[in-house]
Write a protein that binds this ligand. Sequence first.
Ligand code: UGA
Ligand code: MN
Length: 254
Amino acid sequence: PVIYLITPTYTRLEQKAELTRLSHTLMLVKNIHWIVIEDSESQTDLVARFLKQTGLNYTHLNVPTPAEFKLNMDDPNWLKPRGVLQRNAGLEWLRRNTSPRRQPGVVYFADDDNTYSLKLFDEMRFTKKVSVWPVGLVGYLRYEKPIVQNGKVIAWFTYWKPNRPFPMDMAGFAINLQLLHDHPEAAFTNSVQRGYQESTLLSGLKISQDDLEPKANMCSEVLVWHTRTEKSKTRNEDNMIRKYGRGSDPRVEV
Ligand code: UGA
Ligand code: MN
């Protein structure tokens, strides 16, 4: 099966660094298709040029997050969901452009800032319906994970909102492409409360806990980490302008 990776991304100082790191991981994985969806009114030259030079199989899309759902500069990052319409655009593209009977596939939501072990892709590749595994450095815990007994997920190791139907991070599961075609309405939405994106999609796919396929040695190994990149500060740009009349050359892409 092909692994389809759905990656929402948005313009900020760290974007090219994040995409570079992720692309170098993906270069080491065979048979993948990277769907990159920019949170923007139009596709940027930076991302277009970047994707082209990777040599990876990719599709470049864009859809802006409506202003009312966009985070403001001073908002805490958990206030509003991120990447919702972008992931939906990825799902729609897959429904229109793939036919799993001819070419089987697996779909994974790969945020641009996480850290992925190459082993993770071997684990998810033969997902029948939905496969699950632990995620490191998330939920203000060392990890969150499904609790497995006799090969079945029976509960969840998590602290935050444990009563969610599927209390796991976006990085903790992959789905068989056929399921997307079987459930054309299944999607994420900006109108559910915090933490319910994953549960909303999986409920839309008519998945029950009993369907989940535990991977990563019965969910005993961490193969993906919810790393987050520190925001870079550029206050000396202003200081340079004040002191010397100019800062860095805007033609140099960072
Ligand atoms: C956590 C989860 O790991 C995400 O999968 C989930 O989307 C998010 O919470 C949420 O609550 O919505 P976190 O690390 O806090 O993730 O979020 P980010 O990494 O900042 O954003 C998730 C993805 O959306 C990233 O790929 C990012 O590039 C993208 N994004 C972020 C946008 O497309 N637009 C934005 O305005 C912000
Ligand atoms: Mn993140």
